[in-house]
Design a protein around this ligand. Structure first.
Ligand SMILES: *Cc1c(COP(=O)(O)O)cnc(C)c1O
Length: 495
Protein backbone atom coordinates (compact mmCIF):
# COMPACT_ATOMS: atom_id res chain seq x y z
CA UNK A 1 0.00 0.00 0.00
CA UNK A 2 1.32 3.41 -0.98
CA UNK A 3 0.88 6.71 0.85
CA UNK A 4 0.32 10.04 -0.79
CA UNK A 5 0.05 13.68 0.15
CA UNK A 6 -3.33 15.32 0.72
CA UNK A 7 -2.02 18.22 -1.35
CA UNK A 8 -0.47 16.30 -4.22
CA UNK A 9 -1.43 12.72 -5.04
CA UNK A 10 1.51 12.30 -7.38
CA UNK A 11 3.77 12.24 -4.30
CA UNK A 12 3.76 8.52 -3.45
CA UNK A 13 5.79 6.42 -1.06
CA UNK A 14 5.83 3.24 1.02
CA UNK A 15 4.58 3.35 4.60
CA UNK A 16 8.10 3.20 6.10
CA UNK A 17 9.01 6.33 4.15
CA UNK A 18 5.77 8.03 5.25
CA UNK A 19 6.45 7.26 8.92
CA UNK A 20 10.03 8.48 8.56
CA UNK A 21 9.08 11.80 6.95
CA UNK A 22 6.08 12.54 9.16
CA UNK A 23 4.83 15.32 6.91
CA UNK A 24 4.95 15.69 3.13
CA UNK A 25 7.35 18.33 1.77
CA UNK A 26 4.40 20.17 0.20
CA UNK A 27 2.89 20.66 3.65
CA UNK A 28 0.26 17.99 3.04
CA UNK A 29 -0.43 15.02 5.29
CA UNK A 30 0.65 11.56 4.17
CA UNK A 31 -2.40 9.37 3.83
CA UNK A 32 -3.03 5.78 2.64
CA UNK A 33 -4.07 5.60 -1.00
CA UNK A 34 -6.86 3.14 -0.14
CA UNK A 35 -8.69 2.17 3.02
CA UNK A 36 -8.48 -1.57 3.66
CA UNK A 37 -11.79 -3.25 4.35
CA UNK A 38 -12.59 -5.57 7.23
CA UNK A 39 -15.55 -7.95 7.47
CA UNK A 40 -17.35 -9.88 10.19
CA UNK A 41 -14.94 -12.82 9.93
CA UNK A 42 -12.05 -10.44 10.60
CA UNK A 43 -13.80 -9.03 13.67
CA UNK A 44 -14.70 -12.53 14.88
CA UNK A 45 -11.05 -13.55 14.63
CA UNK A 46 -10.17 -10.69 16.99
CA UNK A 47 -12.89 -11.12 19.61
CA UNK A 48 -10.84 -13.47 21.75
CA UNK A 49 -7.44 -12.12 20.78
CA UNK A 50 -5.24 -10.07 23.11
CA UNK A 51 -4.87 -6.34 22.46
CA UNK A 52 -1.35 -6.84 21.09
CA UNK A 53 -2.61 -9.36 18.54
CA UNK A 54 -5.47 -7.10 17.51
CA UNK A 55 -2.97 -4.28 17.00
CA UNK A 56 -0.69 -6.36 14.80
CA UNK A 57 -3.59 -7.62 12.65
CA UNK A 58 -5.10 -4.18 12.10
CA UNK A 59 -1.81 -2.39 11.48
CA UNK A 60 -0.64 -5.04 9.03
CA UNK A 61 -3.52 -4.06 6.74
CA UNK A 62 -1.94 -0.62 6.28
CA UNK A 63 1.79 -1.17 6.80
CA UNK A 64 2.39 -3.58 3.97
CA UNK A 65 6.15 -3.10 4.03
CA UNK A 66 6.29 -4.36 7.62
CA UNK A 67 5.58 -8.02 8.41
CA UNK A 68 2.79 -8.98 10.78
CA UNK A 69 5.39 -10.76 12.89
CA UNK A 70 7.41 -7.57 13.17
CA UNK A 71 4.29 -5.63 14.14
CA UNK A 72 3.38 -8.19 16.78
CA UNK A 73 6.83 -7.81 18.35
CA UNK A 74 6.37 -4.03 18.38
CA UNK A 75 2.94 -4.40 19.96
CA UNK A 76 4.30 -6.71 22.66
CA UNK A 77 6.99 -4.12 23.47
CA UNK A 78 4.58 -1.20 23.34
CA UNK A 79 1.70 -2.56 25.35
CA UNK A 80 3.38 -5.05 27.71
CA UNK A 81 3.16 -5.12 31.52
CA UNK A 82 6.24 -2.89 32.01
CA UNK A 83 4.43 -0.17 30.13
CA UNK A 84 0.71 -0.61 30.79
CA UNK A 85 -0.88 -1.16 34.17
CA UNK A 86 -3.62 -3.46 32.86
CA UNK A 87 -3.35 -6.51 30.58
CA UNK A 88 -6.46 -5.27 28.74
CA UNK A 89 -4.33 -2.24 27.65
CA UNK A 90 -7.41 -0.21 26.61
CA UNK A 91 -10.24 -1.51 28.80
CA UNK A 92 -13.90 -0.58 28.48
CA UNK A 93 -15.74 0.48 31.59
CA UNK A 94 -19.50 0.18 31.51
CA UNK A 95 -21.15 3.35 32.77
CA UNK A 96 -24.80 2.47 32.20
CA UNK A 97 -26.95 0.31 29.89
CA UNK A 98 -25.81 1.90 26.63
CA UNK A 99 -22.75 3.91 27.63
CA UNK A 100 -19.21 2.61 27.83
CA UNK A 101 -16.02 4.45 28.56
CA UNK A 102 -12.87 3.46 26.66
CA UNK A 103 -9.97 4.07 29.05
CA UNK A 104 -6.93 5.01 27.02
CA UNK A 105 -4.65 6.24 29.78
CA UNK A 106 -3.19 3.09 31.31
CA UNK A 107 0.21 3.65 29.71
CA UNK A 108 3.42 5.16 31.13
CA UNK A 109 2.40 8.83 30.94
CA UNK A 110 -1.28 8.43 31.88
CA UNK A 111 -2.71 9.93 28.68
CA UNK A 112 -4.02 8.34 25.49
CA UNK A 113 -1.00 9.60 23.57
CA UNK A 114 0.89 6.54 24.86
CA UNK A 115 -1.29 4.29 22.72
CA UNK A 116 0.45 5.64 19.64
CA UNK A 117 3.70 6.95 21.05
CA UNK A 118 4.78 3.64 22.51
CA UNK A 119 4.41 2.26 18.97
CA UNK A 120 5.72 5.07 16.77
CA UNK A 121 9.39 4.92 17.84
CA UNK A 122 9.48 1.25 16.90
CA UNK A 123 7.84 1.92 13.54
CA UNK A 124 10.33 4.71 12.96
CA UNK A 125 13.40 2.70 13.99
CA UNK A 126 12.35 -0.05 11.60
CA UNK A 127 11.70 2.55 8.92
CA UNK A 128 15.26 3.87 9.27
CA UNK A 129 16.50 0.33 8.70
CA UNK A 130 14.13 -0.40 5.85
CA UNK A 131 15.02 2.77 3.97
CA UNK A 132 18.78 2.49 4.60
CA UNK A 133 18.81 5.86 6.37
CA UNK A 134 22.15 6.80 7.90
CA UNK A 135 21.21 10.21 9.32
CA UNK A 136 19.80 10.65 12.81
CA UNK A 137 16.09 11.47 13.00
CA UNK A 138 15.35 14.57 15.03
CA UNK A 139 11.77 14.49 16.20
CA UNK A 140 10.30 17.95 16.69
CA UNK A 141 7.16 18.07 18.77
CA UNK A 142 4.71 20.82 19.59
CA UNK A 143 2.61 19.75 22.53
CA UNK A 144 -0.51 20.96 24.24
CA UNK A 145 0.65 18.96 27.25
CA UNK A 146 0.34 15.22 26.79
CA UNK A 147 2.06 14.51 23.47
CA UNK A 148 5.37 15.95 24.60
CA UNK A 149 5.78 13.69 27.58
CA UNK A 150 4.46 10.62 25.79
CA UNK A 151 6.80 11.24 22.84
CA UNK A 152 9.85 11.72 25.08
CA UNK A 153 8.97 8.59 27.00
CA UNK A 154 8.64 6.66 23.75
CA UNK A 155 11.82 8.00 22.15
CA UNK A 156 14.10 8.24 25.21
CA UNK A 157 17.40 6.58 24.31
CA UNK A 158 16.09 5.10 21.06
CA UNK A 159 19.21 4.81 18.85
CA UNK A 160 19.55 7.13 15.84
CA UNK A 161 16.91 9.52 17.20
CA UNK A 162 16.80 12.79 19.12
CA UNK A 163 13.68 14.52 20.32
CA UNK A 164 12.96 18.18 21.07
CA UNK A 165 9.64 19.20 22.61
CA UNK A 166 8.06 22.67 22.66
CA UNK A 167 5.16 23.40 25.01
CA UNK A 168 3.17 26.61 25.65
CA UNK A 169 4.63 28.23 28.76
CA UNK A 170 1.38 28.82 30.58
CA UNK A 171 -0.74 26.33 28.72
CA UNK A 172 -0.07 23.01 30.45
CA UNK A 173 -0.99 21.62 33.85
CA UNK A 174 1.51 21.50 36.71
CA UNK A 175 1.69 17.71 36.55
CA UNK A 176 2.17 17.79 32.79
CA UNK A 177 5.03 20.25 33.13
CA UNK A 178 6.62 18.24 35.93
CA UNK A 179 6.43 15.14 33.77
CA UNK A 180 8.24 16.86 30.90
CA UNK A 181 10.99 18.71 32.73
CA UNK A 182 12.01 15.61 34.66
CA UNK A 183 12.25 13.34 31.60
CA UNK A 184 15.30 11.10 31.51
CA UNK A 185 17.28 10.12 28.44
CA UNK A 186 20.41 11.42 26.74
CA UNK A 187 18.64 12.30 23.47
CA UNK A 188 15.76 14.45 24.78
CA UNK A 189 15.23 18.21 25.06
CA UNK A 190 12.34 20.39 26.27
CA UNK A 191 11.61 24.08 25.88
CA UNK A 192 8.70 26.28 26.97
CA UNK A 193 7.45 28.75 24.34
CA UNK A 194 5.99 32.10 25.31
CA UNK A 195 2.64 31.72 23.55
CA UNK A 196 -0.14 29.18 23.15
CA UNK A 197 -0.23 25.75 21.52
CA UNK A 198 -1.05 27.12 18.08
CA UNK A 199 2.07 29.30 18.32
CA UNK A 200 4.22 26.29 19.21
CA UNK A 201 2.67 24.19 16.43
CA UNK A 202 3.10 26.98 13.87
CA UNK A 203 6.74 27.35 14.93
CA UNK A 204 7.43 23.66 14.45
CA UNK A 205 5.72 23.66 11.06
CA UNK A 206 7.78 26.68 10.05
CA UNK A 207 11.03 24.94 10.97
CA UNK A 208 9.90 21.89 9.00
CA UNK A 209 9.41 23.90 5.85
CA UNK A 210 12.61 25.95 6.21
CA UNK A 211 15.00 24.59 3.59
CA UNK A 212 17.96 26.49 5.07
CA UNK A 213 17.54 24.84 8.46
CA UNK A 214 17.05 21.47 6.78
CA UNK A 215 20.28 21.91 4.83
CA UNK A 216 22.23 23.01 7.91
CA UNK A 217 20.96 20.03 9.87
CA UNK A 218 21.65 17.63 7.01
CA UNK A 219 25.24 18.85 7.07
CA UNK A 220 25.37 17.89 10.73
CA UNK A 221 23.88 14.45 10.04
CA UNK A 222 20.28 15.08 11.00
CA UNK A 223 16.90 15.08 9.32
CA UNK A 224 13.64 16.28 10.84
CA UNK A 225 10.64 14.13 11.56
CA UNK A 226 7.44 14.49 13.50
CA UNK A 227 5.75 12.67 16.34
CA UNK A 228 2.67 14.88 16.21
CA UNK A 229 -0.51 13.35 14.92
CA UNK A 230 0.28 14.64 11.46
CA UNK A 231 2.47 11.49 11.31
CA UNK A 232 0.51 8.49 10.00
CA UNK A 233 2.37 6.36 12.54
CA UNK A 234 0.41 8.22 15.21
CA UNK A 235 -3.02 7.77 13.66
CA UNK A 236 -2.83 4.08 12.82
CA UNK A 237 -2.24 2.71 16.35
CA UNK A 238 -5.29 4.73 17.36
CA UNK A 239 -7.50 3.01 14.79
CA UNK A 240 -6.76 -0.21 16.66
CA UNK A 241 -8.52 0.68 19.89
CA UNK A 242 -11.81 1.53 18.24
CA UNK A 243 -11.86 -1.87 16.59
CA UNK A 244 -10.70 -3.41 19.86
CA UNK A 245 -13.53 -1.69 21.76
CA UNK A 246 -16.05 -3.11 19.31
CA UNK A 247 -14.58 -6.58 19.82
CA UNK A 248 -14.80 -6.17 23.60
CA UNK A 249 -18.47 -5.21 23.32
CA UNK A 250 -19.07 -8.33 21.23
CA UNK A 251 -17.10 -10.53 23.62
CA UNK A 252 -19.01 -9.21 26.62
CA UNK A 253 -22.40 -9.70 24.95
CA UNK A 254 -23.14 -5.96 24.98
CA UNK A 255 -23.87 -5.89 21.24
CA UNK A 256 -24.45 -8.40 18.45
CA UNK A 257 -22.28 -8.65 15.35
CA UNK A 258 -23.10 -5.88 12.92
CA UNK A 259 -24.86 -3.67 15.48
CA UNK A 260 -23.84 -0.05 15.12
CA UNK A 261 -22.17 1.84 17.95
CA UNK A 262 -21.43 5.55 18.24
CA UNK A 263 -18.08 6.93 19.29
CA UNK A 264 -17.77 10.18 21.21
CA UNK A 265 -14.28 11.69 21.36
CA UNK A 266 -12.84 14.72 23.19
CA UNK A 267 -11.09 16.48 20.35
CA UNK A 268 -8.23 18.90 19.81
CA UNK A 269 -6.00 18.27 16.81
CA UNK A 270 -8.61 15.88 15.35
CA UNK A 271 -6.27 12.87 15.43
CA UNK A 272 -8.20 10.64 17.79
CA UNK A 273 -11.58 11.13 16.18
CA UNK A 274 -10.02 10.78 12.73
CA UNK A 275 -8.84 7.32 13.78
CA UNK A 276 -12.45 6.48 14.69
CA UNK A 277 -13.48 7.68 11.24
CA UNK A 278 -10.94 5.39 9.57
CA UNK A 279 -12.24 2.47 11.64
CA UNK A 280 -15.71 3.26 10.32
CA UNK A 281 -14.47 3.59 6.74
CA UNK A 282 -12.82 0.18 7.07
CA UNK A 283 -16.25 -1.32 7.64
CA UNK A 284 -16.53 -1.31 11.44
CA UNK A 285 -20.25 -0.90 12.24
CA UNK A 286 -20.25 2.66 13.54
CA UNK A 287 -23.13 5.13 13.62
CA UNK A 288 -22.34 8.72 14.55
CA UNK A 289 -18.97 10.16 15.40
CA UNK A 290 -19.57 12.71 18.11
CA UNK A 291 -16.89 15.38 18.21
CA UNK A 292 -16.59 17.00 21.63
CA UNK A 293 -14.80 20.33 22.02
CA UNK A 294 -14.18 22.54 25.03
CA UNK A 295 -14.70 26.30 24.99
CA UNK A 296 -12.43 26.45 21.93
CA UNK A 297 -15.37 25.49 19.75
CA UNK A 298 -14.03 26.01 16.23
CA UNK A 299 -14.84 22.40 15.30
CA UNK A 300 -18.39 22.56 16.65
CA UNK A 301 -19.11 25.52 14.41
CA UNK A 302 -17.38 23.87 11.50
CA UNK A 303 -19.34 20.63 11.76
CA UNK A 304 -22.59 22.58 11.99
CA UNK A 305 -21.99 25.14 9.25
CA UNK A 306 -19.18 23.93 7.00
CA UNK A 307 -17.27 27.12 7.75
CA UNK A 308 -13.91 26.78 9.47
CA UNK A 309 -12.97 30.04 11.08
CA UNK A 310 -10.05 30.29 13.44
CA UNK A 311 -10.51 34.04 13.91
CA UNK A 312 -11.76 33.91 17.46
CA UNK A 313 -10.27 34.25 20.93
CA UNK A 314 -8.07 31.43 22.18
CA UNK A 315 -9.15 30.22 25.61
CA UNK A 316 -6.92 28.48 28.14
CA UNK A 317 -9.20 25.91 29.73
CA UNK A 318 -8.99 23.14 32.32
CA UNK A 319 -8.75 20.67 29.39
CA UNK A 320 -5.53 22.14 27.92
CA UNK A 321 -4.83 19.28 25.52
CA UNK A 322 -7.88 20.44 23.56
CA UNK A 323 -7.00 24.14 23.53
CA UNK A 324 -6.44 24.29 19.79
CA UNK A 325 -7.84 26.44 17.02
CA UNK A 326 -6.12 24.81 14.05
CA UNK A 327 -6.86 21.10 13.98
CA UNK A 328 -4.26 19.66 11.63
CA UNK A 329 -5.86 16.31 10.98
CA UNK A 330 -9.03 17.78 9.63
CA UNK A 331 -7.09 17.93 6.39
CA UNK A 332 -7.08 14.14 6.11
CA UNK A 333 -10.83 14.00 6.69
CA UNK A 334 -11.53 16.66 4.07
CA UNK A 335 -9.28 14.84 1.63
CA UNK A 336 -11.33 11.68 2.06
CA UNK A 337 -14.71 13.41 2.01
CA UNK A 338 -13.81 15.37 -1.13
CA UNK A 339 -13.11 12.17 -3.03
CA UNK A 340 -9.35 12.64 -2.58
CA UNK A 341 -9.36 15.93 -4.39
CA UNK A 342 -5.92 17.36 -3.60
CA UNK A 343 -6.63 20.53 -5.54
CA UNK A 344 -9.70 21.25 -3.43
CA UNK A 345 -7.66 20.65 -0.25
CA UNK A 346 -4.87 22.95 -1.40
CA UNK A 347 -7.51 25.62 -1.90
CA UNK A 348 -8.93 25.25 1.62
CA UNK A 349 -5.50 25.23 3.23
CA UNK A 350 -4.36 28.28 1.27
CA UNK A 351 -7.42 30.18 2.47
CA UNK A 352 -6.77 29.02 6.03
CA UNK A 353 -3.19 30.27 5.84
CA UNK A 354 -4.27 33.56 4.29
CA UNK A 355 -7.42 34.57 6.13
CA UNK A 356 -7.83 31.92 8.84
CA UNK A 357 -11.10 30.83 7.27
CA UNK A 358 -12.54 28.58 4.58
CA UNK A 359 -15.90 27.13 3.66
CA UNK A 360 -16.18 23.58 2.33
CA UNK A 361 -18.25 22.56 -0.70
CA UNK A 362 -21.87 21.48 -0.31
CA UNK A 363 -20.88 17.88 -1.02
CA UNK A 364 -18.32 17.89 1.80
CA UNK A 365 -20.79 19.66 4.08
CA UNK A 366 -23.40 16.98 3.48
CA UNK A 367 -20.88 14.22 4.17
CA UNK A 368 -19.76 15.94 7.37
CA UNK A 369 -23.32 16.16 8.66
CA UNK A 370 -23.98 12.55 7.88
CA UNK A 371 -20.88 11.26 9.69
CA UNK A 372 -20.45 13.70 12.54
CA UNK A 373 -22.20 15.55 15.28
CA UNK A 374 -20.28 18.36 16.95
CA UNK A 375 -20.82 19.83 20.39
CA UNK A 376 -18.90 21.86 22.93
CA UNK A 377 -18.78 22.26 26.66
CA UNK A 378 -17.58 25.20 28.73
CA UNK A 379 -15.68 25.20 32.00
CA UNK A 380 -18.75 24.93 34.22
CA UNK A 381 -20.16 22.08 32.17
CA UNK A 382 -16.83 20.28 32.40
CA UNK A 383 -16.71 20.56 36.18
CA UNK A 384 -20.36 19.55 36.45
CA UNK A 385 -19.75 16.42 34.37
CA UNK A 386 -16.86 15.38 36.64
CA UNK A 387 -19.08 15.89 39.68
CA UNK A 388 -22.00 14.00 38.11
CA UNK A 389 -19.91 11.00 37.10
CA UNK A 390 -18.31 10.83 40.50
CA UNK A 391 -21.62 11.10 42.32
CA UNK A 392 -23.77 8.90 40.07
CA UNK A 393 -21.32 6.21 39.04
CA UNK A 394 -18.46 6.50 41.55
CA UNK A 395 -16.31 7.10 38.51
CA UNK A 396 -13.55 9.70 38.64
CA UNK A 397 -12.89 11.16 35.17
CA UNK A 398 -10.47 13.80 34.00
CA UNK A 399 -11.34 17.17 32.51
CA UNK A 400 -11.00 16.07 28.86
CA UNK A 401 -13.09 12.97 29.36
CA UNK A 402 -15.66 15.14 31.11
CA UNK A 403 -16.02 17.27 27.99
CA UNK A 404 -16.89 14.13 26.05
CA UNK A 405 -19.31 12.97 28.75
CA UNK A 406 -21.14 16.28 28.67
CA UNK A 407 -21.29 16.51 24.88
CA UNK A 408 -22.58 12.95 24.72
CA UNK A 409 -25.44 13.94 27.03
CA UNK A 410 -26.13 16.95 24.81
CA UNK A 411 -26.16 14.74 21.73
CA UNK A 412 -28.63 12.32 23.22
CA UNK A 413 -30.92 15.10 24.40
CA UNK A 414 -30.80 16.78 20.99
CA UNK A 415 -31.27 13.71 18.81
CA UNK A 416 -32.94 11.04 20.94
CA UNK A 417 -30.37 8.57 19.58
CA UNK A 418 -29.91 5.97 22.31
CA UNK A 419 -27.55 3.63 20.40
CA UNK A 420 -24.76 2.01 22.36
CA UNK A 421 -22.04 4.63 22.61
CA UNK A 422 -18.40 4.41 23.55
CA UNK A 423 -16.78 7.62 24.70
CA UNK A 424 -13.05 7.98 24.93
CA UNK A 425 -11.37 8.66 28.24
CA UNK A 426 -8.12 10.29 27.25
CA UNK A 427 -6.27 11.04 30.48
CA UNK A 428 -6.03 9.98 34.09
CA UNK A 429 -7.78 12.40 36.46
CA UNK A 430 -4.46 12.61 38.30
CA UNK A 431 -2.97 14.72 35.52
CA UNK A 432 -5.40 17.52 36.40
CA UNK A 433 -5.72 17.19 40.17
CA UNK A 434 -6.58 20.79 40.96
CA UNK A 435 -9.56 20.97 38.62
CA UNK A 436 -10.79 17.50 39.48
CA UNK A 437 -10.60 18.26 43.21
CA UNK A 438 -12.49 21.51 42.79
CA UNK A 439 -15.11 19.81 40.63
CA UNK A 440 -15.90 17.25 43.32
CA UNK A 441 -16.21 19.95 45.95
CA UNK A 442 -12.76 19.88 47.54
CA UNK A 443 -10.40 22.81 48.00
CA UNK A 444 -7.00 22.01 46.47
CA UNK A 445 -4.40 22.33 49.22
CA UNK A 446 -1.19 23.33 47.47
CA UNK A 447 -0.41 22.83 43.81
CA UNK A 448 1.39 20.63 41.34
CA UNK A 449 2.32 17.13 42.35
CA UNK A 450 1.42 17.78 46.00
CA UNK A 451 -2.20 17.37 45.02
CA UNK A 452 -1.80 13.75 43.96
CA UNK A 453 -2.02 12.60 47.57
CA UNK A 454 -4.95 14.83 48.35
CA UNK A 455 -6.97 13.50 45.43
CA UNK A 456 -6.08 9.98 46.49
CA UNK A 457 -7.08 10.57 50.11
CA UNK A 458 -10.43 11.99 49.08
CA UNK A 459 -11.35 9.43 46.44
CA UNK A 460 -9.35 6.30 47.22
CA UNK A 461 -8.57 5.94 43.49
CA UNK A 462 -5.04 4.60 42.99
CA UNK A 463 -2.40 7.11 41.81
CA UNK A 464 -0.72 5.90 38.59
CA UNK A 465 2.71 4.62 39.61
CA UNK A 466 4.73 6.94 37.36
CA UNK A 467 2.86 10.02 38.51
CA UNK A 468 3.44 9.11 42.13
CA UNK A 469 7.16 8.81 41.35
CA UNK A 470 7.28 12.42 40.08
CA UNK A 471 7.40 13.75 43.60
CA UNK A 472 11.03 12.92 44.23
CA UNK A 473 12.27 13.69 40.73
CA UNK A 474 14.87 16.28 39.78
CA UNK A 475 14.04 18.99 37.28
CA UNK A 476 16.42 18.50 34.34
CA UNK A 477 15.25 21.24 31.96
CA UNK A 478 14.64 24.94 32.45
CA UNK A 479 14.58 26.44 28.96
CA UNK A 480 12.16 29.12 27.70
CA UNK A 481 12.10 30.90 24.34
CA UNK A 482 10.03 33.41 22.42
CA UNK A 483 8.32 32.24 19.23
CA UNK A 484 11.04 33.44 16.82
CA UNK A 485 13.65 31.80 19.05
CA UNK A 486 12.50 28.26 18.34
CA UNK A 487 14.83 27.89 15.36
CA UNK A 488 17.82 28.77 17.52
CA UNK A 489 16.80 26.26 20.18
CA UNK A 490 16.66 23.49 17.58
CA UNK A 491 20.00 24.44 16.02
CA UNK A 492 21.55 24.56 19.48
CA UNK A 493 20.09 21.20 20.44
CA UNK A 494 21.52 19.59 17.32
CA UNK A 495 25.02 21.05 17.58
C1 LIG B 1 -4.33 15.12 22.85
C2 LIG B 1 -5.48 14.98 23.77
C3 LIG B 1 -6.80 15.15 23.33
C4 LIG B 1 -7.12 15.56 21.91
O1 LIG B 1 -6.81 14.55 20.97
P1 LIG B 1 -6.62 14.94 19.44
O2 LIG B 1 -6.15 13.69 18.79
O3 LIG B 1 -5.60 16.02 19.39
O4 LIG B 1 -7.94 15.39 18.94
C5 LIG B 1 -7.82 14.93 24.23
N1 LIG B 1 -7.57 14.61 25.51
C6 LIG B 1 -6.32 14.45 25.97
C7 LIG B 1 -6.12 14.11 27.40
C8 LIG B 1 -5.23 14.62 25.13
O5 LIG B 1 -3.99 14.46 25.59
Amino acid sequence: MKYYSTRDTSVRMESAEAVKMGLSRDGGLLTPEAIPQIDQAFLESLVHARYQERAAKVMALYLTDYTEEELLTFAENAYGPEKFDTPAVAPLRKVDGNTHCLELWHGPTSAFKDMALQMLPQLLSAALRKTGEDKTACILVATSGDTGKAAMEGFADVPQTKIMVFYPKDGVSAVQEAQMVTQEGANVGVCAVVGNFDDAQAGVKRIFSDETIRATLAGRGYFLSSANSINWGRILPQVVYYISAYCDLLRDGEITMGQKVNFCVPTGNFGDILAAYYAKRMGLPVGKLICASNRNDVLTDFLRTGVYDRNRPFHNTMSPSMDILVSSNLERLLFDLSGENAQEIRGYMAQLAESGRYEVSDAVKAALTEQYWGGCCGEEGTAAAIARYYRDYGYLIDTHTAVAADVLAQYRAATGDDAVTVFASTASPYKFCNHVLSAIGETPAGDGVELLDQLHEVTGVAIPRRLAALKGKMRRFDLTCEKPGMDGVVLDFLK
